[in-house]
Design a protein around this ligand. Structure first.
Ligand code: SIN
Length: 488
């Protein structure tokens, strides 16, 4: 038995966290959450009725005034206390995450640290929300710029990062003086609810942070159209992002949308192929290939393709797939049957259209675990060129020249993350400047952290999370013009 399987799960809450209390008697229904590895029931959460979601918004409005009135230092202290409790309960949180999401326990632990780094970063960053004074145009006038919290905020978060996608929205909101309602994905509500319990234990006042579970459609509709909600932050598909943006138009709500990606990963012939393949393991297989920044299109310069495929295949065959709770597993199952079916369909389409299979290619023993798969001779006529694979398939394309690689990499409606490997200085600048992406990793397969701006351009959305920019999403600018003339 794995070490994690023996952990007591006293943070697992089968209820919504509303106005500082746990609510599970909603008379409407329950949503069942299953472990993607073995199909066992992890628990149930309420399918919250519309009136109760509205009630939660009203509680957030009530809490807004007093939370906003605290100093940044006081809010930061609450956040630091919350982060301390998350650290203390890391093993349990990681276990809950693996149970509901499937990811390898080593990755769940990393995600808890990653999630907590946003809380600690924004606890400090809240103290650095500076305004301005502007040199005057008139001797009697003074111009001042105040930075104030935007007000009640809402977040809709995905299943692939059940903790980090929450804290990188909640922490800047709370640090800036906003209250926040969160709707976690129905597949993975328990990590969010466990973190809410720790926020409660940290003494974060009632109504400041609330977690509501239930229908994506109903809650999404309320979050995007309620006049009291001033800001909505969403991480998920471009399709849903478009819908939320349209719904938000009626109240002109401020939005942050972190949407789909289709990341290119370019390997030039001067790259260190060992380092490039190591970086690619991270960029492709993190979370079983289920991240928005996963390398979806791998472009390898033709002159090094054969060697690259050989080195990469060896690394890929060493990856262990299975029950995420086991310490030696690097890749857990896909999240559900439809994810598995999508991966299978995309692979079949590519193979039917001429791609070459090097290894992998199927799920294991009828489970949701998919073999790490390598294919080459992929081209833009295959469906996976346009679509996010969201699974452990590495799809290799060829190119000959730098211009060709840049053009191919930019040939996408998405613009979230891109990666390239080269040791040539001139090429580094040319490629980094030319890639139409919000984030570019050079000679690394991982760009995400709390101190850097995460976000996309084009149809990958807008807004930035993490870094000094992340808190600006929760702040409004007020210009104050003062006549200081003495009265006569
Ligand atoms: C995502 O997949 O949306 C987030 C990935 C990350 O934070 O690195």
């Amino acid at each position: 038995m794995s070490k994690s399987a023996k952990i007591k799960l006293d943070l697992l809450r089968q209820a919504c966290y509303i106005n500082g209390e746990w609510l599970n008697d909603t008379n409407k229904g329950q949503i069942e959450v299953y472990n993607p590895f073995d199909g066992n029931l992890v628990g149930r959460v309420p399918d919250l009725p519309t009136e109760q979601v509205h009630q939660a918004v009203a509680y957030a409005e009530q809490a807004q005034k007093s939370w906003q009135a605290l100093t940044a230092q006081q809010r930061g202290d609450y956040l630091q206390k919350w982060a301390d409790l998350i650290d203390k309960n890391k093993e349990q949180l990681a276990t809950i995450m693996t149970l509901e999401q499937g990811k390898a326990i080593i990755e769940s632990r990393q995600e808890i640290d990653y999630a907590n780094s946003f809380i600690r970063w924004f606890a400090e960053e809240g103290k650095r929300i500076y305004g301005d004074t502007i040199p005057t145009l008139n001797k009697d006038l003074r111009y001042t710029v105040l930075k104030q919290p935007i007000g009640v905020c809402a977040a809709i978060t995905p299943w692939n990062f059940p903790a980090a996608m929450i804290t990188r929205k909640v922490a800047p909101a709370l640090a800036a003086g906003c209250t926040m309602l969160v709707r976690p994905a129905s597949q993975t509500p328990f990590t969010a609810l466990a973190m809410a319990e720790l926020a409660h234990q940290a003494g974060i006042p009632k109504g400041v942070l609330q977690v509501v579970t239930g229908s994506a459609k109903i809650i999404g509709n309320i979050f995007s159209s309620h006049p009291s909600i001033r800001k909505l932050s969403f991480t998920g598909s471009t399709e849903v992002g478009r819908e939320l943006m349209a719904q938000s138009a009626t109240t002109l709500k401020k939005l942050s949308l972190e949407l789909g990606g289709n990341a290119p990963f370019i390997v030039f012939d001067d790259a260190d192929l060992h380092k490039a393949t190591e970086g690619l393991i991270v960029a492709k297989f993190r979370n079983a290939g289920q991240t928005c920044v996963c390398a979806n299109r791998i472009y390898v310069q033709r002159s090094v393709k054969a060697e690259f495929l050989k080195i990469f295949q060896e690394k890929l065959l060493a990856l262990k797939v299975g029950n995420g709770l086991n310490e030696d597993i690097q890749i857990g199952p896909l999240v559900n049957q439809s994810a598995l079916q999508k991966v299978k369909n995309l692979l079949k389409d590519a193979l039917d259209k001429g791609a070459t299979l090097h290894c992998g290619g199927d799920n294991i023993d009828d489970s949701l675990c998919f073999q790490p798969t390598l294919i080459s001779d992929v081209n833009h006529k295959m469906a996976m060129h346009e679509e996010e694979i969201f699974g452990p398939i590495a799809a290799v394309y060829d190119f000959d020249t730098e211009q060709q690689a840049i053009a191919m990499a930019n040939d996408s409606i998405y613009g979230l993350a891109a990666y390239f490997y080269t040791q040539d200085l001139g090429r580094s600048w040319r490629v980094a400047e030319s890639l139409e992406y919000g984030m570019v990793g050079q000679n690394t397969g991982l760009v995400s952290n709390a101190v850097a701006p995460f976000g996309g351009i084009k149809q990958s959305g807008f807004g930035r999370e993490g870094s000094k920019y992340g808190i600006e999403e929760y702040i409004v600018t007020k210009y104050w013009c003062i006549n200081v003339a003495t009265e006569h």
